[in-house]
Design a protein around this ligand. Structure first.
Ligand code: AKB
Length: 326
């Protein structure tokens, strides 16, 4: 009988993994959290294992070695980068999920976290206050893989009793880490450019409203979902969660309150079509009802926090924050 919670985080180097690892270490102890990814970052603090999550034997090895009881499977190729090589995106996103589900089932893992995304919604879902059970016809391979993954999560729960829990994340905004390959990435990059007094070129149209969420809310949502009593989790595909909805021009206006000279160009590229297929706002009443979800950060709070924290970061010389174009 396993009593101590031991967590494996797959995709520890990513935008969310980088921050979630710290929160999990704080909650469960550094010695009870194992980070894993394809490479090890120099500044990683804690237990780390290099692992390719498409290899079931390797994930099994880690689960046995550390007597893992919970898995957070964060590794995935996101919406924009995923379109560069659709078949490879499908292969990686689905293969890693199957590895996690199978290893979890075979090892009687207590709980699995599987992030989904607003990318599961396509043109046939209502654009405003998109409900949890809206029709799913995603426009990207990433969205297709997440929609399929949600159904697999539900299947493993119903067929094998595996306690898989999932959230459909909006675009995540945080100062601690950088996203890579997403359509919502502009909403992080824009703050870096403002603080560096550089001009920003936005790859979306100025009035493209999308659902977003601040990192602190994202981490809290994830931990609250994972802490909720099992009987409260009524949705076994994935839960909508809302943070705040805004367009690029609204962020610019908020930033200009602090940096009036901030210059922005709008040169939409292929990501505009992806964004146009996504909801503008999200109905998260199921998450609110089942496990008490409530966001805290609005655009003003996000902007003030991002700017203050990034100023501190750049002052202490962290100029190695590479903002990837896609
Ligand atoms: C992306 O833009 O692909 C992600 C997401 C919304 O899932 N940030």
């Amino acid at each position: 009988m396993k009593s101590q919670t031991k967590i494996l985080v797959i995709g520890a180097n990513g935008q969310l993994g980088t921050v979630l690892i710290g929160a999990l270490q704080k909650k469960y102890g550094v010695e009870n959290v194992v980070g894993s990814d394809l490479t090890r970052k120099d500044n990683f603090y804690g237990i780390f294992e290099i692992a390719d999550a498409t290899h079931q034997d390797r994930i099994q090895e880690l689960v046995s070695k550390y007597q893992i009881t919970q898995i957070y499977h964060l590794a995935a190729i996101l919406s924009a980068r995923g379109e560069e090589n659709p078949l490879q995106t499908w292969e990686i996103n689905m293969k890693t999920l199957f590895v996690v589900l199978e290893v979890s089932r075979r090892n009687a893992i207590d709980k699995v976290f599987y992030p989904s995304s607003i990318a599961v919604f396509g043109n046939d879902a209502p654009l405003h206050q998109t409900p949890n059970n809206a029709y799913l016809n995603p426009a990207t391979v990433y969205g297709m893989s997440k929609a399929a993954g949600e159904n697999w999560a539900q299947y493993y729960f119903e067929r094998y009793g595996l306690d898989v829990r999932s959230i459909r994340y909006p675009g995540v905004i945080g100062y601690q880490s950088l996203p890579g390959g997403g359509t919502t990435d502009y909403a992080v990059a824009i703050y870096h450019k403002a603080v560096l007094h550089e001009e920003f070129t936005c790859f979306l149209e100025k009035d493209t409203t999308l659902p977003m969420i601040f990192m602190a809310d994202t981490i809290r949502a994830t931990l609250e979902l994972m802490d909720a009593p099992k009987e409260r989790i009524k949705t076994r595909t994935s839960y909508n969660i809302a943070g705040v909805s805004f367009s690029p021009i609204e962020v610019v206006q908020e930033i200009r309150k602090l940096y009036p000279e901030f210059k922005v160009n709008f040169i939409p590229d292929f990501r505009q079509d992806i964004a146009a297929s996504w909801p503008k706002s999200i109905d998260d009443s199921a998450a609110a009802r089942d496990w008490g979800w409530k966001p805290e950060y609005d655009l003003k709070m996000i902007t003030q926090t991002m700017i203050q924290k990034l100023k501190e970061k750049y002052k202490t010389g962290s100029r190695n924050l590479e903002i990837s174009p896609c």
